[in-house]
Design a protein around this ligand. Structure first.
Ligand code: GDP
Length: 320
């Protein structure tokens, strides 16, 4: 079994400066990200109000019971090879029961309240600097157009048509903030890779969204959505690589995992395996990943638990 280490991102030999920076970062923050060529927020700017962090102390909750119904067929074969082990869990004490179903994610003591009780749309921003200005942590949901991003957000918040993204290339692209339980944000980012997008629309997406990633102090991690019903796409690999190289923590969220049988193409499990093989060029061990379906609800609760441990760790870490 290979567990994630602080230097989990692979660097070419000539990239010593980046490697040095990586090793000096905190182990959890770097366990799923690469070293930053761009400046990141200072430690001081990470300081949070005591009241917010007090609400988000780790709950020491036990790992959830794995329900047979929620378990995707044969997913366990994929899970064993490389695990994401969060802080607070001694590696040698990891047991199969601690794994979130259909993922490589170990659930640790920072996992806490995960259910969504309340959600409100806060604002759409045309520029990164127009995003809400407060200290609440946030997760960006990112993926190729048609990957199932709106469907996943709707499934997470259990509301139909809550997230409606523009399907037309070239239309104004916005960053949408949804406030969850009045304490953290889900951020719906414009999809990339519209088949018919003009070069200028692509460039817009790129500078606009990259600006958000590089300047958003409160970004805990990116949920990078990958369509598991089709073979790996170069544009997704490029996106993952860019995020990794810029030290943006990410989780691969495989969508449409209900499309298990039949069809002409390859099965989700094969596509996921292929994607991971390709990604392994860049990572010594892969970042966290999880299988989901917005149709069956597969992976929904598990993804929320994973987000809760990232969020709670992020918040507590800032008080150190
Ligand atoms: P977006 O462009 O990324 O926001 O993608 P949408 O959420 O609009 O979904 C694109 C298409 O994929 C739609 O036809 C959805 O019905 C379909 N879709 C989304 N999620 C799933 C899923 O989990 N399983 C299956 N089978 N289809 C899905």
């Amino acid at each position: 079994m290979v567990l994630l280490s602080r230097s989990s991102f692979y660097f070419p030999p000539d990239d010593m400066l980046l490697r040095h920076r990586l090793l000096s970062l905190h182990s959890f923050a770097t366990s799923f990200a690469a070293s930053p060529p761009a400046p990141r927020p200072s430690t001081a700017s990470f300081r949070r109000s005591l009241s917010l962090s007090a609400r988000l102390k780790p709950a020491n909750s036990p790992p959830p019971k794995r329900s047979a119904a929620a378990r995707p067929p044969a997913a366990d074969e994929l899970v064993r090879t490389a695990l994401f082990v969060p802080p607070g869990v001694p590696r040698e004490e990891v047991t199969p029961d601690m794994l979130l179903s259909g993922s490589n994610i170990v659930l640790g003591p920072y996992a806490g309240h995960a259910q969504i009780k309340q959600v409100e749309f806060v604002k759409s921003s045309a520029r990164a600097r127009d995003c809400p200005k407060d200290d609440r942590p946030e997760f960006a949901i990112l993926g190729r157009s048609n990957v199932g991003k709106s469907s996943l957000i709707n499934a997470l918040v259990r509301k139909k048509e809550f997230a409606l993204t523009s399907k037309k290339p070239g239309k104004t692209q916005l960053i949408n903030h949804f406030l969850i339980n009045k304490s953290w944000y889900i951020v719906d980012l414009p999809g990339y890779g519209f088949a018919n997008a003009s070069q200028s629309a692509r460039t817009d997406w790129s500078s606009f969204t990259k600006g958000y990633f590089l300047n958003r102090d409160t970004l805990v991690a990116v949920m990078l959505l990958i369509d598991a019903s089709i073979p790996p796409q170069q544009i997704d690999l490029d996106c993952a690589n860019w995020l990794g190289r810029n030290n943006i923590g990410m989780t691969f969220v495989f969508t449409k995992c209900d499309k298990m049988k039949g069809g002409k193409g390859t099965r989700p499990e094969e596509n996921i395996k292929q994607f991971q093989d390709l990604i392994s060029k860049y990572y010594k061990e892969p970042p966290p990943w999880i299988m989901t379906s917005s149709i069956t609800g597969l992976g929904r609760d598990e993804l929320l638990l994973h987000m809760s441990q990232l969020r709670n760790y992020w918040d507590n870490n800032e008080l150190d």
